[in-house]
Design a binder for this molecule. Structure first.
Ligand code: UD1
Ligand code: MG
Length: 444
């Protein structure tokens, strides 16, 4: 059955009122990526032929943020069954497996989706697979009523359930894998004769059974199917994502000394033998090579860090930081849109922006590239092996040649030749005994 292909319907028509946000609920980020893109990425990796997204209020935002899906509008919103029905034309003639997913249930792992698709191709060929879970608090979830043989008989919504049914702890996540040649026929048979006066997607279980089709369940963990309806649940989802990312980083060969204090983005890449000290934040777009040490309290985003580099403690790598092999960016340094070539060191209290620092150059403490005049940004180029003395201001655009030395406290406004010494500070002047005389005169 699986070889007939996979398509998906993602429901995202709900208003998400409880988020109290101008941003559509499914676009709130988890791991710095809009939550619904966690799903669409999974589906792409799974090789889904088609993704149909059911949208309603705020759909312009969703349509702008999601590429690779076809959008259908559900207006008004008459229930989950009605929502899925909106995808009928978009999936006309598709007879593979249709996954039904929810834009606000973004963390369902690939392995779970695969298990559902595989369940459909089992010998008993179920036409419908429902993803169930056993939450700590069963709350108002729909309950899965199973038959003697372990198959699924029907789903009863909490509002419609009897006391006995409410005592069932196997709950409906809402996620399903359905035979595409049957799904819309099942939905045609639903009505809204229930406590909520809605068209329930869940009713298709009993409808499939009545048609003589088999329905089974696959079980997931509560974390895998958690839904985001509020900021508090968003924080829970973020935490689940972070714990998965931490585990994956360690499994891939990185040491996290205190994993719970390290924060990842969905696209963070760490090489092997990377050591990450406590309290490090990886924003989007970070790629770290092998054997890199990232010391405590560093904040890194859109940066490339090659093998054997050392970062921090308290380093800030901003977009466009490109550290070549063995480079060091140390305490309280900020690097933006700058290449730090192999073995170069920016170790203390410096700002390096719009710059190239040549291989093995040494940037002294408190060096600042003055890259901005309030209107435009200018480039600083520092040659290989150059030595910039402490507390130097490099007023861009400016070039310091390879092997040059700039004396401490200089304000460099002109290019410095290779191997030259540049000193711009005022001459050292000393008045012998002046301080003592000053004190004596002022003493009463
Ligand atoms: C649904 C299930 C319930 C399950 C629970 C899991 C039904 C009838 N019930 O209940 O068994 O335990 O999810 O969280 O399916 N949506 C639309 N259009 C609509 C209605 C809903 O797009 O007309 C979307 C919502 O945006 C949301 C999702 O479908 O993402 C679920 O809707 P919701 O109203 O939360 O369903 P529940 O009542 O929680
Ligand atoms: Mg709900």
């Amino acid at each position: 059955m699986a070889n007939l292909g996979v398509a998906a319907i993602i429901l995202a028509a709900g208003k998400g009122t409880r988020m109290k946000s101008e941003l559509h609920k499914v676009l709130h980020p988890i791991g710095n990526k809009p939550m619904v893109l966690h799903l669409t990425d999974q589906l792409e990796q799974l090789g889904a032929e088609k993704q149909v997204m059911v949208v309603g209020a705020g759909r312009e935002q969703v349509e702008r943020a999601v590429s690779g899906a076809e959008f259908v509008v559900q207006e008004p919103q008459l229930g989950t069954g009605h929502a899925v029905m909106m995808a009928k034309d978009a999936l006309k003639g598709f007879s593979g497996t249709i996954l039904i997913l929810y834009g606000d249930v973004p963390l369902v792992p690939q392995s779970v989706l695969t298990a559902m698709i595989e369940a459909r191709s089992a010998d008993d060929a179920p036409s419908l697979v429902v993803l169930g879970f056993k939450p700590l608090d069963t709350g108002a979830y729909g309950r899965l009523v199973t038959a003697e043989d372990g198959s699924l008989e029907r789903i009863v919504e909490f509002k419609d359930a009897s006391e006995i049914e409410r005592a069932i702890n196997f709950c409906n996540s809402g996620i399903m894998a359905v035979d595409g040649s049957k799904l819309f026929d099942y939905l045609d048979a639903t009505d809204n004769d229930n406590a909520a006066s809605e068209y329930y997607l869940t009713d298709i279980v009993a409808i499939a059974r009545a048609a003589g089709d088999r329905v089974v369940t696959v079980e997931a963990s509560e974390a895998d199917v958690m839904g985001v309806n509020s900021r508090a649940e968003l924080a829970v989802a973020e935490n689940i994502f972070q714990n998965r990312a931490r585990a994956a980083a360690m499994a891939a060969g990185a040491t996290l000394i205190d994993p719970l204090t390290v924060y990842f983005s969905t696209d963070t890449v760490l090489g092997h033998d990377v050591v990450v000290e406590p309290n490090v934040y990886f924003g989007p777009g970070v790629k770290v090579g092998n054997a890199v040490r990232i010391n405590a309290f560093s904040h890194i985003q859109e940066a490339k860090i090659a093998d054997d580099c050392q970062i921090g403690p308290f380093a800030r790598l901003r977009p466009g930081a490109d550290l070549h092999e063995g480079a060091k960016v140390g305490n309280f340094c900020e690097v933006k849109k700058a290449t730090i070539e192999a073995g170069a060191k920016v170790n203390h209290l410096s700002y390096i922006g719009d710059a190239t620092v040549g291989a093995k150059a040494n940037i002294g403490a408190g060096t600042i590239t003055c890259n901005y005049d309030g209107f435009n940004k200018y480039q600083t180029t520092i040659g290989a092996g150059a030595f910039i003395g402490s507390n130097t201001a490099l007023v861009a655009p400016v070039t310091v040649g390879a092997g040059a030395i700039v004396g401490a406290g200089s304000v460099v406004t002109k290019d410095v030749d290779a191997d030259a010494l540049a000193l711009t500070r005022s001459k050292h002047k000393e008045l012998s005994g002046w301080a003592k005389r000053f004190r004596d005169t002022n003493k009463k």
